[in-house]
Ligand binder design. Structure first.
Ligand code: 4AD
Ligand code: MG
Length: 464
């Protein structure tokens, strides 16, 4: 007999049916005569109750059914007398597949997030992390479905690269050089000629540049893969390794880009509410009582769209009216999370798309506005998160782009292939990047980005 997964059993169970289930013991309670085992197999948030009469199984075997142990149980499905579930199993055969002694770190409930991060190899076995990682899977499916249905092609961009897309110098180097014996030239610079790639290489911070090459050939594409940033910011919203989704669309201008971003996020949030109902309800109950309300709010309301310059005015007015920010506000400043959240949570009480940022605080590839000061950038700002999406219309004019590259001293030899797109049949195009874990923070209600990725990489931490 093949075993049935609990999710399936709960939706198809009928009294009188025989079944085999396999999973991990969450709890065992009961009396001398009868034992109630809550079994979970990860297929869903719900446990399945296994009732074991003490006189039906060996006393030694019964002792081995402890929290954390892996068991297989066979028996009859019956209507449950208990209040927690409609059906339960009256076990006739029980086998312990894997014993678990009392050093198992998940004995009791209510561990701190920090403690659970230290046992990230086991935390998927808790209710909360089971729910989060099922939602994570579902969001990936939502993303692929959204783009596939709209005729976008999933394009794989390289993880090892020789160019710094964002120009922020936050790259992790990739080398096979012997670090104990680095050869330097007469200026003291490291010689990379004999390194694996014959030049300095790094892990990518974004697949956008290659994504643009694809958009100017396939029309509409998206990437979805890991990205790496060596920014030493120990915040609840930054990871050194995170996943990013980057659509890039030929002939889209900034307004089309905003429309796509808004439709995309709403699609993902709707998917979470509809397809991850049990897990989202669990998180709403246990983690964040306003979660479902917030998700529904985002779906129902149009995002506010306004230029950076007007955003700065609102923040300056807030300061004049007595509001205190940690970081200064002035035209030209890069907005901190506290500023973004003020606009979203206190001023507009709605997601905001901020556009037309000063060119000095944005990347070289963004389309320059006629004012000479701003670029056609757009950041989508969300409650509790701040920036969830960053994107722009791209500078498609060869001369303007080249001038900007030179102004910023970006090494030309690394950029020739990117500039070629502007030389050979250039076209207006736009795109953006969604931080996958920031989306997950939003749909799970979790407060720390380390808790929505299975094995977080942050400064000083690469365990597991
Ligand atoms: O705003 P960013 O830096 O934009 C880009 O990388 C562009 N190339 C995207 C594009 O236009 N194709 O990053 C995009 C998003 C951010 O809005 C944020 O959600 C997420 O990526 N992000 C991070 N998420 C987790 N940890 C970090 N260190 C992140 N840095 C950015
Ligand atoms: Mg950004």
């Amino acid at each position: 007999m093949r075993h049935t997964r609990i999710k399936e059993l709960l939706s198809t169970a009928q009294a009188g049916q025989e079944a085999l289930v396999k999973g991990w013991v969450r709890t065992k309670r009961g009396s001398k005569q009868v034992n109630f085992v809550a079994l979970n197999d990860g297929s869903c948030i719900h446990n399945f109750q296994i009732v074991i009469d003490s006189d039906k199984v060996d006393a030694e075997l019964l002792k081995r059914i402890t929290t954390g142990a892996c068991i297989a149980a066979k028996g009859l499905i019956v209507a449950s007398q208990g209040s927690g579930q409609a059906f339960e199993m009256q076990a006739t055969e029980v086998e312990v597949l894997g014993d678990c002694d009392n050093t198992y770190p998940l004995q009791k409930k209510g561990h701190s997030w920090e403690y659970l991060r230290d046992i990230a190899h086991l935390r998927p076995r808790t209710n909360t992390f089971g729910a989060i990682f099922r939602i994570r899977h579902n969001m990936a499916m939502a993303i692929h479905t959204f783009f596939h249905e709209r005729g976008f092609y999933y394009f794989h961009t390289p993880l090892i690269t020789a160019s710094d897309c964002e120009g922020a110098g936050q790259m992790f180097q990739v080398t096979t050089k012997n670090l104990y014996n680095l050869q330097k030239d007469e200026n003291g610079s490291i010689i990379y000629d004999d390194d694996f790639f014959g030049k300095q290489a790094s892990l990518t911070v974004s697949g956008q540049l290659e994504g643009e090459l694809a958009a100017t050939a396939l029309g509409s594409i998206y990437t979805f893969g890991p990205t790496f940033r060596a920014e030493n910011s120990n915040t609840p919203r930054h990871l050194a390794e995170f996943w990013m989704i980057e659509p890039e669309v030929a002939f889209n201008d900034i307004v089309d880009n905003m429309d796509l971003a808004e439709e995309f996020i709403k699609y993902c949030v709707t998917w979470a509410l509809e397809k991850c109902k049990d897990d989202v309800e669990f998180l709403n109950k246990m983690i964040d009582p306003e979660l479902i309300e917030r998700l529904n709010f985002v779906i129902k309301h149009n995002f506010v769209r306004l230029p950076y310059t007007e955003g700065i005015k609102i923040l300056e007015d807030a300061i004049a009216a007595g509001h205190k920010f940690e970081f200064p506000v002035f035209w030209g400043c890069d907005l901190a999370s506290e500023h973004e959240r003020y606009l979203v949570e206190q001023h507009f009480k709605c997601p905001v798309i901020l556009t037309d940022y000063p060119k000095e605080i944005k990347a070289f590839y963004m389309k320059q506005n006629d004012d000479g000061k701003t670029v056609r950038a757009m950041d989508v700002l969300f409650p509790k998160i701040g920036e969830i999406i960053g994107g722009s219309e791209r500078e498609e004019n060869y001369d303007k782009l080249l001038k900007r590259i030179e102004e910023l001293n970006i090494p030309m030899k690394d950029m020739w292939w990117y500039l070629d797109t502007r030389k050979f049949g250039t076209c207006p195009h736009s795109g953006f990047g969604l931080g996958f874990e920031r989306l997950l923070l939003f749909v799970t209600g979790m407060a720390n980005i380390r808790d929505v990725i299975p094995f977080p990489r942050t400064p000083g931490r690469a365990e597991f």
